[in-house]
Design a protein around this ligand. Structure first.
Ligand code: COS
Length: 382
């Protein structure tokens, strides 16, 4: 693994940074305040190919590698974490499994619209009774002729209010008695597909999270993703990829908090000196910088392994666990450095503090990340 970014990766960073500072920065506080997803911003994001970052050009994607993907999510999230969330979920747990396990017909049907941002996607597994225990899902798809008839509900669906098609984890029951777990491509305009009310959340308020209800939704068999009984493994491998994106998102938030803390501490005079002159403050900055660097390397390593087609389950869990933890700490410390000013809505630091928390929860809690890391170690992946 090379520690120096390639020229193309550097270019991705500078162009996404420029885009984010010019286009996302003015809307980020509004998206957060109004808790509204912005379709105008979504259209702007199409201009930098943010909806098809790793999809092949054949489907309209940018065909970038996974380090460039992480850089893109980090840079977007550095300015607007809600937008970073919409983009990473769409790309990594929505479009990715369709590309990886979809039939050519499914790819041709869905991917061009997803790559262009005409349609938004996502992934839903979590249910009222199945969160960390992914194998406990209860949604049921029963074979009936050429269709599966789907019933059940999902909760905490990122992109829930705006997705046109979702990768949905369900149990299935076939007419021949075969049962298991599968991943279905369920489309919003299918009869019986109902979107619940938008959740009122602590952070990531610009992403419309909802419940979903499936009432006798007839899903044609051609919408089964991959082999019918491979649903659980498809979900686990999809989450391995998704967690790199969440870690990159946490990294972006941490970076933003850190940069604000540095700037503020150099300008804030107390006891006739900038507060950065006090070790109580400067040591916080040193710790943030070190942690962010370490997290970034973990993210890049997981991305590198993915691109080199090596198993990266442990490394993706490690980078998500670590990046989300240090990002939460960085936002907390950045707010502390700002004192009372940090607590006010005039500055973005309180938004970072609110936004970051969920990176320790979604796509697998920190406790589940440690469980996965430990499982991998004890199975010989030391
Ligand atoms: N890649 C490939 N295969 C995987 C895998 C991965 N990352 N993780 C598990 N598997 C396979 C296992 O190898 C095993 O295969 P075999 O039956 O052939 O041996 C099978 O899947 C079952 O694995 P395991 O026994 O580990 O399953 P568990 O039910 O114990 O799952 C965890 C444990 C914690 C890993 C799982 O429940 C999980 O990821 N939970 C968190 C879910 C989550 O992130 N939810 C939030 C967002 S979803 S919208």
């Amino acid at each position: 693994m090379n520690f120096e970014l390639k020229d193309k990766q550097k270019l991705v960073r500078s162009s996404v940074r420029k885009f984010s500072e010019e286009v996302l920065a003015p809307v980020a506080p509004i998206i957060d305040r109004d808790a509204e997803f912005s379709w105008d911003t979504a259209k702007e994001l199409s201009k930098i190919n943010a909806w098809g970052i790793q999809l092949p050009e054949k489907y309209g994607g940018a065909d970038l590698d996974s380090i460039s993907y992480s850089i893109t999510i980090e840079e977007i999230s550095r300015i607007c974490a809600s937008t970073g969330l919409t983009v990473t979920v769409h790309n990594s747990v929505g479009a990715y499994p369709i590309y990886k396990w979809g039939s050519e017909e499914q790819k041709e049907k869905f991917l061009p619209d997803l790559a262009s941002g005409n349609k938004i996607t996502g992934f839903t597994w979590t249910e009222p009774n199945a969160g960390s225990d992914a194998s406990g899902i209860e949604c049921l798809a029963v074979e009936d002729g050429d269709d599966f008839v789907l019933n059940g509900s999902k909760i905490f669906v990122t992109n829930g209010a705006i997705a046109s098609v979702l990768v949905v984890g369900t149990r299935f029951k076939k007419e021949n008695g075969e049962e298991g777990m599968t991943a279905l491509l369920v489309e919003k305009d299918m009869e019986g597909y109902e979107i619940g009310t938008k959740e009122d959340k602590l952070g990531m308020r610009g992403n419309p999270t909802t419940s979903l209800y499936f009432n006798n939704v007839r899903v044609p068999k051609e919408n089964v993703l991959g082999k019918i009984s491979d649903g659980f493994k498809i979900a686990m491998q999809t989450l391995d990829v998704g967690r790199i994106g969440i870690a990159a998102q946490a990294l972006g938030i941490a970076q933003a908090a850190y940069e604000h803390a540095v700037e503020y501490s150099k300008g804030r005079i107390q006891f006739r000196k900038p507060i950065s002159n006090f070790q109580g403050v400067s040591f916080k900055l040193a710790e943030m910088a070190t942690n962010i660097d370490a997290a970034r390397l973990l993210v890049y390593r997981a991305a590198y392994l993915k691109d080199n087609r090596e198993r990266f389950t442990k490394e993706s869990a490690m980078c998500k666990y670590y990046a989300s933890k240090i990002a939460r700490k960085a936002t907390q410390e950045a707010l502390q450095v700002h004192g009372g000013y940090g607590y006010m809505k005039d500055l973005p630091v309180e938004r970072y503090y609110r936004d970051v928390k969920v990176t320790e929860i979604y796509e697998g809690t920190s406790e589940i990340m440690k469980l996965i890391i430990a499982q991998q170690i004890l199975r010989g992946n030391i």
